[in-house]
Write a new protein. Sequence first.
Length: 289
Amino acid sequence: MPHSLEGEDGEKDSGKEWQRTLGVSVSDKFLFIFGTARSGTSALCKLLNKDPRICLGLERYSAISRTSQFTPALFEENRFFDMQPGDTWYPSLDKFAEHYAALRHRYGNAEFRGDKIPPLVRRLDYLLQTFPTARLLITVRDIFDVAASYEARADEGLDWPESRRTMNAIQDWNLMLENSLRHVHESRIHWVIYEDFFSDPMKFDELYAFLGMTPPPAARAALALMLGEQRKRRARRMNRLGEAERALINQHARVDLLDRLHAHVRKRAGKKSPTLLSGLCNLLPAWCT
């Protein structure tokens, strides 16, 4: 029997440990950001790292994450700041020296540790099994914007293959949607719809409720600054798409899958899922009595 794109009915949380989140050790709480490349994963990572309780790498383990060696042990403090061959695509933490210096002094007391690695969307089953207490954030962005950003990066030639362009964007985007729909009822996953998140401040609060926390002032201030930056960047990059690229998108992008995912996300937002209820009860105990 072919495997359905959609998950089973009802919310799933096979990682029972999450129900006891507040009682686990610091190192047991993980947070991962992923999705199609150029879909806002870096912006979201930068934003959440403004919160001193969250420490996320910048593709810290992008290479090793493709193997069975990608385990919670990698996020112990000594290992996280000890770059080793085969960890990622950059040779040392000096590539993002300022970023890792900021994380180092607060890493030991962080509530969430993790990484931003877009291709992890290909390894959802592995992540859910290997990191049962993790929260997973999947970014979803309009395919025209994603493709425009692929074209811009290919033209710039900075840490990006010149041949990785619109058709690659479409393939990656379709795969993200297919894998998302297979896990759409998984309560440890939260989908961040780029266009909604960077226009509606309530989406920021929803994300933090999913994590069982409230956003600090520094993160809110960073979000406000990002809103203007994202609009300017989008306007510049949309000019990268010509008629041929737009035709490819119209022909091959699975917008039908996007519509289905949006419907599920809206449905979940309209009810009190176990995860969201848990987060709200943590923030507002009186609400749950």
